[in-house]
Write a protein that binds this ligand. Structure first.
Ligand code: ACO
Length: 428
């Protein structure tokens, strides 16, 4: 494409190339802006900034479209397994049966974590938030695999780190829960698929035979797929920026987990349930809470509402809402939180404040209700999100390293004091 953008600065016209993606998204390439003009751009929160070119995930926030490697989220959530989607995100195409079997076997082989890591768990207080434990434990894996610190190791060695992460994250996640409960750790079992194995490590006890419920496995599989990637969101950008310094992949993923933890990002799923419980315990007056959310003097926001990119609907929320109804019905659960959530959604969607700001339920509005139905405790919700997002983080890190992207290092506009003389402490 030969279009150019013109920028007039102090009487001089500068030209910048326009680039276009495969889905016709357009961007002004300003990579030479500072060199040619001396100016930088200012864009707090990166609301208008494309940080990279990526071939992994496409989303159109206006139309509510989400594709992984060209496949719609609706088709993947309906037909694929989470491991198939992980392969798709990381390697770029859906696996053949042989590729899938090999990938699955390789993951299964690495699900155990080193016995010494059990001592780390035991040192955490019982009340430790599992996201804090998971982030630390993930970074700790790098100390057991020091060869992963070499950014120039072979692609096979890098693949091994990716497999180890995919294999061990559910083990670490389930053990952080077992540790908080002061229950015995359950070792992974190779006979199980990815989701069943996680449920076994979370809920089985050494004293009894554990029966995996297929309804729960199916729902978990779907939830993980819906969370598997979301292009350059806060945690993914964190993974990429940490990776750009050539820090090892365990450290990058640990940083991504920390970024995900915040209530404005992945932590919203926990915050939604806490909000619904608060509304429920307060008598269930939804209108009162909608008024609070609209009041600019009040710091309360409707958690699970709004999205930086989706401005009409979040396609993941549509799938989850349906799955939520199905799961609760199949498990025979009547959760008053679901009723409050639906009322809240209805009131907010009809309200001018929310309509004019394009605020709709996001992926996290209903996911917490499913997790509750599956028996997952509230503090583990964001951990579940991290397990789901892991293949996306890995794929984005892999793409970034393969493209030899430069170290991430934004500029700033300095607004502090201009030069002044040092004043001796006695004279201040
Ligand atoms: N409740 C009430 N008002 C809201 C909400 C909300 N949930 N979200 C945004 N607004 C209002 C803002 O106050 C602002 O109003 P104003 O124009 O009168 O000042 C306007 O809508 C725009 O909001 P911003 O915060 O500027 O939008 P931004 O794109 O920066 O933030 C975000 C997006 C962080 C998701 C925001 O909507 C929010 O805080 N939502 C609640 C937390 C949440 O659910 N996070 C999960 C996101 S999905 C994910 O990460 C997996």
């Amino acid at each position: 494409m030969s279009e150019i953008a013109k920028l007039e600065l102090e009487g001089t016209i500068y030209e910048f190339p326009i680039i276009e993606g495969t889905e016709n998204e357009k961007a002004i390439d300003i990579s030479k802006l500072r060199d040619t003009t001396g100016y930088v751009t200012l864009d707090t929160g990166y609301k208008n900034t494309g940080a990279t070119k990526s071939a992994i995930t496409f989303l159109d926030g206006e139309k509510g479209i989400l594709h992984y490697r060209g496949y719609s989220i609706e088709q993947l959530a309906e037909n694929a397994t989470f491991i198939e989607v992980a392969y798709l995100l990381i390697y770029g195409s859906l696996p053949t049966q042989l590729q899938l079997d090999t990938f699955t076997n390789n993951i299964t082989k690495h699900t155990l974590v080193h016995e010494d890591m059990k001592q780390f768990f035991e040192a955490y207080p019982a009340k430790a938030h599992p996201m804090g434990v998971l982030a630390s434990m993930t970074c700790s894996l790098s100390t057991f695999y020091p060869e992963s610190l070499d950014p120039n190791r072979s692609p096979e060695a890098k693949d091994l780190t990716m497999l180890r992460l995919l294999a061990k994250l559910p083990t670490l996640a389930a053990w952080s829960y077992k540790n908080a409960m002061r229950h015995p750790f359950m070792y992974p079992k190779n006979k199980y698929d990815y989701c069943s194995n996680f449920l076994h490590m979370m809920f089985a006890m050494p004293t009894e035979e554990y029966k995996v419920n297929p309804v729960v496995v199916k729902a978990l599989n779907k939830l993980l797929i819906l969370h598997a990637d979301h292009e350059q969101n806060c945690s993914t950008s964190t993974v990429r920026i940490v990776g750009s310094s050539q820090a090892n992949l365990y450290a990058c993923i640990s940083a991504g987990i920390s970024a995900l933890w915040g209530p404005l990002h992945g932590g919203a799923n926990q915050a939604v349930i806490e909000m619904l419980e608060q509304i429920h315990n307060d008598g269930g007056d939804v209108d009162k809470w909608v008024l609070k959310a609209k009041d600019k003097e009040d710091s309360f926001r409707l958690m699970g509402f709004g999205h930086r990119v989706y401005k009409n609907f979040d396609p993941r929320a549509t799938i989850i809402k349906k799955a939520c109804d199905d799961v609760l019905e199949q498990l025979g659960i009547n959760d008053p939180m679901l009723e409050i959530a639906k009322k809240l959604e209805k009131v907010a969607l009809e309200d001018e404040y929310f309509k004019s700001r394009n605020l709709y339920p996001n992926v996290d509005f209903y996911s917490g209700i499913i997790y509750r139905a599956l028996g997952i405790p509230t503090e583990m919700f964001t951990v579940m999100f991290a397990i789901g997002r892991l293949p996306g983080w890995i794929a984005q890190w892999k793409e970034m390293t393969e493209n030899n992207e430069p170290i991430g290092r934004p500029r700033q506009i300095y607004t502090g004091a201009t030069p002044r003389e040092y004043v001796d402490i006695a004279k201040r």
